[in-house]
Design a protein around this ligand. Sequence first.
Ligand SMILES: Cc1ncc(COP(=O)(O)O)c(C=O)c1O
Length: 399
Amino acid sequence: MTEKQRANNQFGPNTRLAHDGFNPRDYHGFVNPPVVHASTVLFPDAMTMDKRAQKYTYGTRGTPTTDALCEAIDALEGSAGTILVPSGLAAVSVPFLGLVSAGDHILVVDSVYFPTRHFCDTMLKKLGIETEYYDPAIGAGIAALMRPNTKLVHLEAPGSNTFEMQDVRAIADAAHAGGAAVTMDNTWATPLYFKPLDFGVDISIHAATKYPSGHSDILMGTVSANEKYWPMLTETTVTLGVCGAPDDAYQILRGLRTMGIRMERHQESALKIARWLEGRDDVLQVLHPALESFNGHEIWKRDFKGASGVFSFVLAESDPAKYKTKAFAFLDALRLFGLGYSWGGFESLALMVLLGDRTIAKAPTGGPVIRLQIGLEDVPDLIGDLEAGFKSARSAVSG
Ligand SMILES: Cc1ncc(COP(=O)(O)O)c(C=O)c1O
């Protein structure tokens, strides 16, 4: 931790977002860091080069721009070090590759982001690593699944698309007792609303593509490790040659400055809409951890400081043969909600969730599952749009 980080520790999250990462005095007082485009870094003489005795040595190993972002993320996560990678998915695959070897067994939550599952079931399988999926509600019971060769336990809470909560502390303690490293995809909450390292996680993973970017125009991942795993993480990223680009790093740092107030708005609007949906006859269930009716609500209340703007609901339909017709009619009637992947941007999005990959955390029954990302628009306008969707869904299956 730098002197400045230590001094900033006393401040609230928005003050820290405004002041962590980069010191204007380092660059003539300019408020933001320069965007340093670099492969080659020159050394003043052969001896310095031989000993690599200067702060920067090559573009893949960091620049003042990427350092500014990593410093800000470390301050948020409470981590010993952060690496930048080109996407949120790479923020999963890079630490996994550093942690496991042929013959290892890993435990991954069944409600995991689907491309993480795909990476485990294809690439890791090919490398001789066995992945076992576990129930998100397992808690300390994960001890029973630990084997002598279990090297990694991966969490994601809330789960992708269905938002199952996990008892992070209980799982991390059991995993450590069995000698495994603990990673967590914390993209939904951001480190503003949940700090994985404070709950025993070793490596916190974030798709900065979402809320830190905030504008649906940047792909980037951050991976933040505690003291124990930082040497492994930095060695892995250098070995693989995977690094973040300077323009993207600059934009993510820029996004962080306003992330706190954007998150407040996402949270407030999403909760208003979730509660409005709960009161409707054509909605069977709303899957949002901050709702009292949600199964994992007590864990969310105990461990998290807030909720973001993504959640799902079950559009009531008794006939499974009509699920798609009804969901498509709903989605096609939306004008403000775009149909697109990802989330965390300023604009609202909707899609029908596919959960055929699940083996334990099965899809809710009683209708298609629709995921909403609530953007920064005005709530009455979004509700009007959803009302049009419900009307169209009703008429598509009536008669
Ligand atoms: C939970 C979660 N983790 C990781 C990712 C991957 O991020 P990216 O799209 O930058 O690869 C996503 C993307 O949707 C996600 O939802």
